[in-house]
Design a protein around this ligand. Structure first.
Ligand SMILES: *[C@@H]1O[C@H](CO)[C@@H](O)[C@H](O)[C@H]1NC(C)=O
Ligand SMILES: *[C@@H]1O[C@H](CO)[C@@H](O)[C@H](O)[C@H]1NC(C)=O
Ligand SMILES: *[C@@H]1O[C@H](CO)[C@@H](O)[C@H](O)[C@H]1NC(C)=O
Length: 386
């Protein structure tokens, strides 16, 4: 995963801080001085041209549509007690302005026109921490001859039409290529074999655990609670959402977060007929406290995530789970002593009750690497979870 480069000089840092400050002050000035409260929409942007030059000079690196969106916007009816303000300041990820070149590309488009076909650029910006991305006033790239999804329930296990996807961002240009890439394509790709619905996806989570292994089945997990009490939940980094499809068959509604890393994961999930959520692992989960019955995550939460971020993430999962809710940490992987020394104490500290805790060896890359899997079923305490 990309991370901001540490090579910025002190000068560059101060320059950005200066830019940020001057931009914010200027846009505040503009929005309070020149706010128009009429009903007409100004399609050429929010910023009056005389001032535009001023802004452009001071923040030559920040595109005008970015400023138009992120500036404080005066509420038409004045002070609003819910907002505790007379303005709305729309959110974007704080790191957005650290990457002015990518940001400028992303925010340069014709207002009320077609957006550039720039999914790859957008995702790069997002993964660098510009999350949420700024909204744009243009129409997102879409296939010229879009084909509607299969009707339910055929859509669950059918490969959608190639014409439902804009393929620009991916190495593969059709689903046949994605299905065959495990055999034909060298190199690593996230969820490389996932698009083949007749392959490993077909049987995931359906077989009962053999001999205390790390592969729990969905029915074993659901059997931990009273029938029907696991109804809604989240799958973090859920590939092509086979987990959600399996749960749907048990009347459980699951929302699946996924990026589009070299494949149209979000389109594919949606085409199957379950809900994709385009959200990175860094973003605060967009659910209220104590609401979800189950959170599942397989292969994603592991030792590649900085430990402090992982700590925040576990607490966020604890937060969104309702008391009595289940966290199924599926195939967490790490190496050798990391589990006893770092991760087990870290997970222990959150406050879950352990329902299942199975450690196994991960052998796919050879035993000498001493890689480990942990699968755990954790429950948020029903009482005193606060
Ligand atoms: C906005 O774009 C649509 C579709 O291209 C067009 O029909 C409409 O006239 C445009 N509106 C303005 C104000 O430019
Ligand atoms: C799919 O794309 C590959 C190249 O990625 C191409 O060789 C192949 O002909 C395409 N197949 C179909 C069915 O369009
Ligand atoms: C799911 O719900 C439907 C309709 O309420 C019901 O007929 C069906 O038995 C349920 N399936 C399961 C596996 O609970």
């Amino acid at each position: 995963m990309d991370s901001p480069k540490k090579s910025h000089s002190q000068f560059t840092k101060f320059y950005y801080i200066f830019l940020l400050l001057s931009t914010n002050l200027l846009t505040l000035f503009i929005s309070t001085t020149f706010n128009s409260s009429g009903c007409s929409l100004n399609f050429s942007g929010n910023t009056p041209t005389a001032i535009q030059d001023h802004v452009t000079q001071a923040s030559s690196n920040l595109p005008s549509e970015f400023i138009a969106f992120t500036s404080p916007h005066e509420l038409p009816f004045g002070f609003n007690t819910n907002f505790d303000s007379d303005k709305i300041v729309p959110p974007v990820g704080r790191p957005c302005t650290l990457f002015p070149d990518i940001l400028r590309k992303y925010m340069t488009y014709k207002v009320n026109g077609s957006c550039p076909d720039d999914e790859l650029l957008a995702q790069k910006l997002l993964l660098k921490g510009c999350e949420p991305l700024p909204r744009r006033r243009c129409r997102a790239a879409a296939p010229q001859d879009y084909v509607e999804p299969y009707p339910l329930p055929a859509s669950f296990w059918s490969t959608p039409s190639d014409s439902s996807v804009v393929w620009t961002a991916y190495t593969c240009k059709n689903y046949t290529c994605l299905i065959n890439r495990k055999r034909n394509q060298k190199g690593f790709d996230d969820c490389k074999d996932c698009f083949d619905l007749k392959g490993v996806e077909k049987s995931r989570w359906t077989k009962p655990t053999s001999g205390g292994g790390v592969d729990f089945s969905i029915d074993e997990v659901l059997a931990v609670k009273k029938p029907g009490t696991i109804r809604i939940g989240l799958d973090i980094g859920g590939g092509v959402a086979t987990f959600a499809i399996r749960m749907q068959a048990r009347n459980v509604t699951i929302v699946t977060t996924s990026m589009n890393l070299n494949g149209p994961f979000n389109n594919f999930i949606a085409a199957r007929g379950v809900v994709p959520l385009y959200l990175s692992i860094s973003q605060r989960l967009p659910f209220f406290d104590n609401t979800l019955d189950i959170v599942h995550s397989m292969h994603v939460m592991s030792n590649w995530i900085p430990t402090t971020l992982l700590h925040f993430m576990f607490f966020d999962i604890y937060r969104v789970l309702r008391p009595g809710g289940l966290f199924w940490l599926d195939h967490f992987f790490c190496v050798g002593e990391q589990l006893e020394e770092v991760y087990a104490p870290l997970i222990d500290s959150i406050g879950f009750t352990k329902v299942k805790w199975v450690v196994g060896r991960k052998l796919d890359r050879g035993p000498e690497l001493k890689e480990m899997y942990l699968s755990a079923l954790l429950e948020k305490p029903l009482k005193n979870s606060w």
